[in-house]
Design a binder for this molecule. Structure first.
Ligand SMILES: Cc1ncc(COP(=O)(O)O)c(C=O)c1O
Length: 344
């Protein structure tokens, strides 16, 4: 009897396109999206713009490229972007804002990824000759490194109210906005209304192999097209990828709450193990602190891997596990047992 497939909790990006999604991709109507417009990409862009309540949207190969296009759209070299201290743009985009746009980041610490208007107000520069001008406010929702924490609509509105009062644009890194909306019981468009531009990913909870979109006012999204081209993100028969996105919106968006329920079950099971503290998950990301002195997350992840359960270290005494389409209830129970055995 062969070993069962590993329970892969490293990320919600590990999903494989389902047979239905692959069929939709194979059958997609396509055209050259750099010379003109690919009809399937066009349909996806209109659909996502409408879901987010924005005038337009543009398909990108990655969330990073869409985020960095937003930086280029809103800022000028030598200015400053205010973001949360554990945000993806600060830790995991390879100082792209500095490298591409000449922009410095001003990271602001927060409780579970929730920037407050007061925190942001303190970070906005006074506009004198000793400081760089603040050019952009950045929110991430859900917040990856705060364990998929939801930034509630009220907190988003507070920060966007301040940004608008100060005449500053605001970008929402909504790689997992689908999860935020489902968990907060909010409409995607209500959350998106708090920002001028919004990035959403298809390649995470929605289970697509590739793709993110940047949505916003038509004039900005027109300019975004040129930045995407410059960054090498112009793709030809991109309808093959966009078809996966349309399929995912029809079939996978409505079920995302199942991932949250499995994350809660995982947190409950792991939380009952001695020497472990689990951050209660809002959505599909479970952060586990190994309380035992000297418990090394790399070594524990290694033992879990040997037991057929994959997770990633996320700090000196922390592991991260993410639920998604390709993890079922039995996988969660195996992961619970495996951590107990790995720490025994
Ligand atoms: C919050 C957040 N923003 C942006 C990204 C970047 O997306 P991509 O990996 O498609 O570049 C990620 C990826 O994990 C993310 O978690």
């Amino acid at each position: 009897v062969s070993d069962p497939a590993p329970v892969d909790l490293r990320s919600d990006t590990v999903t494989r396109p389902s047979p239905g999604m692959r069929r939709a991709m194979a059958e997609a109507e396509v055209d050259d999206d750099v010379l003109g417009k690919d009809p399937t990409a066009d349909r996806l862009e209109r659909r996502v713009a409408s879901l987010l309540g924005k005038e337009a949207a543009l398909f990108f190969p990655s969330g990073t490229q869409a985020n960095q296009t937003a930086v280029l759209l809103h800022t000028a070299p030598g200015t400053e972007l205010v973001c949360e201290a554990e945000s993806h743009v600060f830790h995991y985009e390879m100082a792209d804002a500095a490298w591409l746009a000449g922009v410095q980041l001003y990271p602001v610490a927060s409780e579970r990824g929730r920037l407050t208007a007061a925190d942001v107000a303190r970070a906005i520069r006074p506009g004198d000759r000793h400081h760089a001008d603040t050019s952009l406010i950045w929110i991430e929702n859900t917040h990856n490194m705060h364990g998929g924490a939801v930034v509630p609509l009220a907190a988003m509105r507070e920060v966007s109210g301040l940004a608008r009062q100060r005449g500053l644009p605001i970008h929402l890194d909504g790689a997992r906005l689908w999860n935020a909306a489902a968990a907060a019981g909010a409409e995607l468009a209500e959350l998106a209304a708090c920002a001028d531009t919004v990035m959403v990913s298809l390649s995470k909870g929605l289970g697509c192999p590739i793709g993110s979109l940047l949505a916003g006012p038509s004039a900005l999204i027109d300019r975004a097209w040129s930045f995407r081209k410059r960054l090498g993100g112009g793709m030809r028969q991109v309808g093959i990828l966009a078809a996966a996105g349309l399929w995912a919106l029809d079939h996978n968006l409505g079920r995302i709450g199942e991932d949250h329920a499995r994350a809660r079950r995982l947190a409950e099971g792991w939380g009952a193990i001695d020497g472990v503290r689990v951050e209660p998950p809002d959505t599909n990301i479970v952060m586990v602190h190994l309380a035992a002195p000297g418990a090394d997350p790399g070594a524990v992840a290694h033992r879990l891997e040997a037991a057929g359960v994959r997770v990633l270290p996320a700090g000196p005494a922390r592991l991260r596990a993410v639920t998604h389409l390709d993890v079922d209830d039995a996988g969660i129970e195996r992961a619970i047992e495996a951590l107990g055995a790995a720490l025994a």
